[in-house]
Design a protein. Sequence first.
Length: 403
Amino acid sequence: MPLYLWKGRDSKAGLVSGELTAESEGAVIEALRKKNIIVSSVRIKPKELKLSFMQPKVSNKDLSIFTRQFATMINAGLPLVSCLEIQAQQQENPTFKKVLETIKTDVEGGSTLAEALNRQKNVFSELYINMAAAGEAGGILDNILMRLAIYLEKAEALVAKVKRAMIMPVILITVAVGAAAVLLIFVIPIFEKMFAGMGAKLPGPTLFVVGLSKFLQKFIIPIIIVATAAIIFLQRWYKTDKGQLYLDTLMLKIPILGNLQQKSAVARFARTLGTLLSSGVAILDALEITAKTAGNRVVQDAIMSARKSIGGGETISAPLKTMKIFPPMVVQMIAVGEATGGLDEMLNKIADFYDEEVDGAVEGLTAAMEPIIMVVLGLGIGGMVIAMYLPIFSMTSALMGGK
């Protein structure tokens, strides 16, 4: 629906104006008339030129803080519109501030909170929208939002753990590659000219390093172009079904890192599905939303297979047994949860357990990768330095022997 700009006078004869999302100008006038506002002008808001890369994004942290505060305010008895207005006023992120103002305007115009959130899908996920809808329908919006805040906080903590595991290896690899490139492109050529002036016979390791330096100097631009093209190709291929399935499967097979990926995927699956079911979302809808937020195509396909199984009258655990991504313990606990009618509680226990497993996997990944990278870094950089000093050592030994 289009966004309209309106101007008018309120019951106190004061000039007022604002924005309202509606199906037509008539709908805007009718909505404002209910608020005792006499409309003087209504027009569609012109589209603004937005440079997305210059706009600050709404982070998961922004969303979790907002959700917790929103739930607390509703629980305290404040009207929904007042809660949104206060949240918009205190919001420091200009993008999120504008989104909240638009939601407030939509709710004032007669939309439900879920409908208003649904028009802001670039910020609010399907999980968030469906849980808000369930909370409104059941009259327990504050409880649902509090559950949602807890979910967002734990999901963000899980992502942060995985990121922490990758930061140090990435930094070390970047430093190693940068140092090697600087040596080969700028330092080695200086040694090469010095050795050429001395007329010294170069040993094998030195010749190899000099040859590598010449190759890199000659082909550095084509290498960068090919590497960039490869990254772009992989990004585009990953957007296809075949590419996403292949790369996500490959990620799960990488030693140590694959184990971390699997445990974080299981934790995310259990946390998301458990939160949705405990909030009153229908099982089929909950599974579909969980699949979309899985973060891995292999896990997504497994969840959709379980959804199809339930649609045919079977259990969730049955199809999960055939999927290697879900450990036997997880499948058994889900089966027990289904049998006892406490599936949501069992899923939350699984999520808590695998959060701790992710902690262990992060420590294992860090402990395993750091020494390996340091050894490779030492052998690579140290080897090049030694190779370039070998001729100097040889000449020094020859001179001392001559004396």
